[in-house]
Design a protein around this ligand. Sequence first.
Ligand code: PXL
Length: 286
Amino acid sequence: MIGCKRVAAIQDISGLGRCSLTVIIPVLSAMGVQVCPVPTAVLSAHTGYSEFVIRDLTDYMQPALEHYKKMGTEFDCIYSGFLASAEQIDHCLEFFSAYPSSLKVVDPVMGDDGKSYATYTGELCKRMSELVAVADIITPNLTEAAILLGEKYPAAPLRNSEARSWLVRLAEQGAKIVVITSVDLADGGMHTIGYDKETSSFWKIKNDYVPNAHFSGTGDMFASVLIGSMLKGDSLPLAMNRASAFTELNVKVTNSYRRHWTEGLMLEGQLPWLTSYQQLGDYTTL
Ligand code: PXL
């Protein structure tokens, strides 16, 4: 599509606790990419809060897709994330097959820190592999990668060879590009690791680890910067570097204010960083 790229973001909108669409829309907009939200649910606050009101929008998804098809709407990318029911997997699959030439990104949102999110049923987690099978790019965190591989959440840091094996086995499930976030590697520190099946290349970005600083929406921020970078033509390691650098900056800023993790990343003040779009090259091979 000529001009500004357009992404259909199949994600929830949560009033409190920055995550999903309240992160994805500002981030991609700052990067010059248009977001067309396809809300999967409306929540008063994300599921990390002890109480929240939720309205499931499963019934909305298929008529919305039919409308876009009727209008001849084009999308450069279809990006799925937080889903509210197992049936929404079918509607995501319909979106992916309606737009075969769009970049298909699946963030297999299921959990973090070795635990599943409150609304993620066993069936929803099991069926996530159907989306992973048709994706071009998947962006699980280590918890989600373990669920997809049927592995235990690692008790110890992964050796580089184990990390490569996780990436390759996930790519065997379908995607051309696999990026795993929050990976503790035995050679020291927290990393983002990536694999491009077509070029057989493995990459890693070292993150500055900020102790006890886990904020909601971190994975959504990472994935949206990665998507924006790749749509603008960045290579995989450059896009991983940009996504990690922006996420790390937001973690450090938010942590300095000692906000509760449920509030999410205080991204509002950092958005100009994205608009300046400087080249970064701080990656190594894995
Ligand atoms: O960031 C993942 C996410 C997205 N949407 C909702 C969530 C979560 C994680 O808790 O609750 C509603």
